[in-house]
Design a protein around this ligand. Structure first.
Ligand code: DQA
Length: 155
């Protein structure tokens, strides 16, 4: 976890069952473990000069706590809420509540799967969503958020 550049400090949150990556439905989610994806996230953060913190939880309230806690510590949030995408008003309200720019990431293309995955409670409170690009989604989210945060600083 590098915190080289205090201007850009992002937190990457992963929700339930994402700790099972590598093992879990590899045809849908790929072969990389969450640890491996996190290594790639840290490497990209270094390239971008962004500090990054990483957190995974299977618990909705723990994710809400982390989002609330981000205020004053981080200037952007990247979240893969897992199944909470489709159920959690609490996570949505937390993101809206802290007001930090947030990008929602999904490894799979949630719009090409079961109908219940096509609705996200989270996307209306995010600046954007990336779905279907596998682990690249996290890297692209950091790139986009760096641009968004730097623009908001120059105002
Ligand atoms: C997911 C998609 C969700 O529908 C699912 O519940 C997950 C993973 C994704 O990364 O593609 O746990 O968020």
């Amino acid at each position: 976890v590098s915190e080289k550049n205090r201007d850009f400090n992002f937190i990457v949150l992963n929700g339930p069952n994402l700790n099972l990556l590598g093992l879990r439905e590899p045809d849908v989610y790929g072969n990389l473990t969450l640890d491996k994806i996190n290594e790639l996230v840290i490497a990209e953060a270094d390239v971008l000069g962004v500090g990054v913190d990483l957190y995974q939880s299977n618990h909705e309230g723990a994710l809400v706590d982390k989002i609330q806690d981000a205020l004053g510590k981080f200037n952007a949030i990247i979240i893969n809420p897992g199944a909470y995408t489709h159920t959690s008003v609490a996570i949505r309200d937390a993101i809206k509540g802290v007001g930090l720019p947030c990008v929602e990431v999904h490894l799979s293309n949630i719009y090409a799967r079961e109908a219940f995955r096509s609705h996200s409670y989270i996307s209306p409170v995010c600046v954007g969503q990336i779905a279907g690009l596998g682990y690249m989604g996290y890297l692209l989210a950091m790139r986009g958020l760096k641009e968004i945060v730097s623009k908001s600083k120059s105002h």
